[in-house]
Design a protein around this ligand. Structure first.
Ligand code: 289
Ligand code: CA
Length: 160
């Protein structure tokens, strides 16, 4: 009857207003953690955060550390993401290994999930697989990429 309908709609209004309050709290919390992630040398692009801990290691070491932290090695899929990683490289003045390699098939660079890369920013003359030993990818302060031996030690940047 009309009274039941009235009760039902008041209940719904209360629930919507409670949800709006919870959403506002979540939005404020998210905004705060975006600042935490970006300080002192993280960068956020859309819903991806690129963060360094300052650690340096070889490719496999870095790959495992990002996984252990619940992320993966930074794998830029467009110019904006590449620029975000480049800014971290500039801040630390140290090149970074990307989550990209051609370990499986020489010359076919893939992300860690096995997909062929959809974006690249090679330095002129790269990738050159110097001495047949360069299956990983580093990014320089100029944002350009070079294939490099996976055994070199580079600054870690994970994406979350
Ligand atoms: O071991 C070769 C590397 O140090 C780099 O040397 C030169 O900068 C270029 O040949 C690069 O391609 C190479 O990765
Ligand atoms: Ca090279």
């Amino acid at each position: 009857n009309r009274y039941d309908k009235f009760k039902e709609s008041s209940l719904m209004k209360n629930q919507v207003s409670a949800l709006q309050g919870q959403l506002a709290v979540l939005q404020a919390t998210l905004a705060k953690y975006q600042k935490v992630a970006a300080f002192p040398s993280g960068r956020i692009v859309g819903n991806r955060a690129f963060v360094t801990s300052g650690y340096e290691g070889n490719f496999d070491d870095l790959r495992q550390r990002c996984l252990q932290a619940g992320g993966q090695l930074a794998s830029p899929r467009n110019a904006a993401e590449n620029a975000a990683i480049q800014q971290i490289v500039i801040l630390h003045n140290k090149p970074v290994f990307l989550g990209i390699n051609d370990i499986q098939t020489e010359g076919r660079f893939k992300y860690l999930n096995g997909e062929t890369i959809a974006y690249s920013n090679w330095q002129q003359g790269e990738p050159n697989n110097e001495k047949g030993r360069e299956n990983c990818v580093e990014i320089f302060v100029n944002g350009r990429w070079n294939d490099r031996s996976c055994g070199e030690k580079r600054l870690i940047v994970c994406e979350f």
